[in-house]
Design a protein around this ligand. Structure first.
Ligand SMILES: Cc1cc2nc3c(=O)[nH]c(=O)nc-3n(C[C@H](O)[C@H](O)[C@H](O)COP(=O)(O)O)c2cc1C
Length: 321
C-alpha cells in the first residue's frame, strides 16, 4: 500500500533528465521521479541506453512514454521494465505541435479507445504499474462527460492510476508554455474523478507551489505532482517531505556537496560536461541570502574552459560564507 499522499516530480522535457532526478532524490527521499517524455520512436530506433539509463538512487522512478501505437508502446514499456523502472506512464497531456503531428500527447484524449488499447498493450507487456498523465479536457471538449468517458475506457482495461493536470489544453492557438498558464486550473473537476471512482489512485498536477495549498487538498487526492516549482525551487520538495512525511532532509550545503561528488563521478564515467549538470542546481538557494550570486556563479563558471566540479565550491562562497 502506497503512503498517502505521495509526492512526485513531473516529467519535464529538457529539465528532468537523470542528473536533475539525482538532485531531486538528494533533496527528497520519497518523491516519485518522472523522466522526460521519451517517444517510442526514440526507443525503438535510437540509442536505448542513452535514453533509459539512470542511477539506482533515483528509485522510485517512472518512465514517461510518448506514442500512440499499442505494439510500439508495449515494446517500449518492456524496455523500461528491463531497465528497472518502477512505473510506465503514457503522456496524454502535452499539447505541442510536434507531438500532435505524431498523434500523441494531449490530442490522444480525443481517442479514448485508442488510449485504452495502448494502456492494455503496455499492461500486458509488463508487471510494473502502467499509468496515464492527462488534462481535464482539450479544446471544446471540456465537460465532465468527456473526462469521465476518457477515464472509463482505460479503467475498463484495469488502469487505476491517473495523473491529472487540472487545466484543459488548447491544441491550436496556444503554445505549450501558454497551455501551462492560460487555461484556468480546475481542481474540483479533478477531485470529481476521485469522488466518482474512490478505488482509483488520483494524482493532482498543475499550479502546486505552496505547502499549505497541498495540505488543504490532501484529503481529496492520493498524490500531488509538482512541476515547475520543483525545478526552480527544489527545496520545496524538502518542505513537503517535512510536512507530509515528517522527514527532515539534508541541508542545502550537504546537497550541493553531494551533487558535486556525483558530477565528478558522471564526468569520469561518461565524460558528461559539468555545465549540463550544474544547470539543475541554480535554484537550490532560491529565496535565501546570496542566492543571486550562487545562481550567477553557476550560470557562468561551468561554461569556462577547463571548468570542473569545483565551480560548486565557488558558488557556495556566496551563500555559506
Ligand atoms: C519545461 C517543461 C517541460 C515539460 N515536459 C513535459 C513532458 O515531457 N511530459 C509531460 O507530460 N508534461 C510535461 N510538462 C508539463 C508538466 O509535467 C506539468 O504537467 C506542468 O508543468 C504543470 O505542472 P506545474 O504547474 O506544477 O508546473 C512540461 C512542463 C515544463 C515546464
Amino acid at each position: 500500500m502506497k503512503n498517502k499522499p505521495e509526492i512526485s516530480v513531473a516529467p519535464m522535457m529538457d529539465w528532468t533528465d537523470r542528473h536533475c532526478r539525482y538532485l531531486h532524490r538528494l533533496i527528497s527521499p520519497n518523491a516519485r521521479l518522472y523522466t522526460e517524455m521519451v517517444t517510442t520512436g526514440a526507443l525503438l530506433h535510437g540509442d536505448v541506453d542513452r535514453h533509459l539509463r539512470f542511477d539506482e538512487a533515483e528509485h522510485p522512478v517512472a518512465l514517461q512514454l510518448g506514442g500512440s501505437n499499442p505494439d510500439d508502446l508495449a515494446k517500449a514499456a518492456e524496455l523500461g521494465q528491463q531497465y528497472g523502472y518502477d512505473e510506465i506512464n503514457l503522456n496524454c497531456g502535452c499539447p505541442s505541435d510536434r507531438v500532435q503531428n505524431g498523434r500523441f500527447g494531449a490530442c490522444l484524449m480525443k481517442e479514448p479507445e485508442l488510449v485504452a488499447d495502448c494502456m492494455a498493450a503496455m499492461n500486458a507487456a509488463v508487471d510494473i504499474p502502467v499509468t496515464i498523465k492527462c488534462r481535464i479536457g482539450i479544446d471544446a471538449y471540456d465537460d465532465w462527460d468527456f473526462l469521465k468517458t476518457f477515464v472509463d475506457k482505460s479503467v475498463d482495461k484495469n488502469i487505476i492510476t491517473f495523473i491529472i493536470h487540472a487545466r484543459k489544453a488548447w491544441l491550436s492557438g496556444l503554445s505549450p508554455k501558454e497551455n501551462r498558464e492560460i487555461p484556468p486550473l480546475d481542481y474540483e473537476r479533478a477531485a470529481l474523478v476521485k469522488e466518482t471512482y474512490p478505488h482509483l489512485w488520483i494524482v493532482l498536477n498543475g499550479g502546486l507551489t505552496h505547502t499549505p495549498q497541498i495540505v488543504k487538498l490532501r484529503d481529496k487526492f492520493d498524490g500531488f505532482m509538482i512541476g515547475r516549482e520543483a525545478y526552480s525551487n527544489p527545496m520545496f520538495l524538502a518542505e513537503l517531505e517535512e510536512e507530509l512525511h515528517g522527514q527532515t532532509t539534508r541541508s542545502r550545503k550537504d546537497i550541493a556537496l553531494a551533487y558535486k561528488t556525483y558530477m565528478r563521478a558522471q564526468h569520469d564515467k561518461y565524460g558528461t560536461p559539468f555545465k549540463s549538470m550544474t544547470r539543475h542546481i541554480l535554484g537550490l538557494y532560491h529565496g535565501q541570502p546570496g542566492a543571486r550570486g550562487f545562481r550567477r556563479a553557476l550560470s557562468t563558471l561551468p561554461y569556462e574552459d577547463g571548468a570542473t566540479e569545483s565551480v560548486i565550491d565557488e558558488a557556495l562562497k556566496f551563500v555559506e560564507g
